[in-house]
Design a protein around this ligand. Sequence first.
Ligand SMILES: N[C@@H](CCC(=O)N[C@@H](CS)C(=O)NCC(=O)O)C(=O)O
Length: 284
Amino acid sequence: MTTAVLEEVAASRCFGGWQRRYRHSSATLRCAMVFSVYLPPQAESGRVPALYWLSGLTCSDENFMHKAGAQHLAAELGVAIVAPDTSPRGAHVPGDPEGAWDFGHGAGFYLDATQQPWAENYRMHDYVVRELPALIEAQLPIDSRRAISGHSMGGHGALVCALRNPGRYRAVSAFAPISHAIDSPWGQKAFARYLGEGRSAWKEWDACELIASAGERLPLLVDQGEADGFLLAQLQPEKLRQACAAVGHPLRLRVHPAYDHSYYFIASFIDDHLRHHAAALLAP
Ligand SMILES: N[C@@H](CCC(=O)N[C@@H](CS)C(=O)NCC(=O)O)C(=O)O
């Protein structure tokens, strides 16, 4: 699995480092995938740690890199940023049967599907947690110091990746995550198809459910805009607050008046998240 070749498809100098894009064949997802990576200047003389960023519904690997404005501080801190795509892609990969934007292509939900026809390709958890880091750590100047963050569906993904894999990430954070996916319309639609109708299987991919039995108490940093149109129906950060309070899981939940769901919100607070991750990634 680690022998796939990374084919560079774009490279731009950026804050003394490089913004690059690679294509590779994914054995996990059974399709070609593209990811973006920001390599800070420090990567030219040694290996650097990486923050994995998981984007939300409808995004590709490029939304974060184009809009979050993270490269300037990542260059200063010496942290790489890796942004995978949000689902498997390609004409042979099934999408939403009705062509909706909240399922299928661009909406992999960072889980490993068990139901056909999705189980063939939709294994984004395995891809993000194992296949992609193995490829990157073998072929790029990035080492195994990892942190993870994301937005909305990707915030759910970041929390679930960290909670399901104790010891794999040094830090975790999220912007406007789908906090309790099994209790949200987006999550219910996706989980019913990817995982089947049995709700017990859904709980293995739900941040609030996983908090109770987490194998480590990695502190969560979560930012949420109060004017986010998806706040009440889909995101429900108060459920995350309750789940953390019930078991004493450390949570810093910051609610920001007037901020919405957009990348303007992410750009406004990304520096705090980068410093949160860098403190853990660069600790001796
Ligand atoms: N297409 C949806 C919105 C989807 C959406 O807001 N996606 C968020 C993640 S959940 C995003 O980051 N969009 C891409 C962008 O803003 O660059 C709609 O019409 O309401």
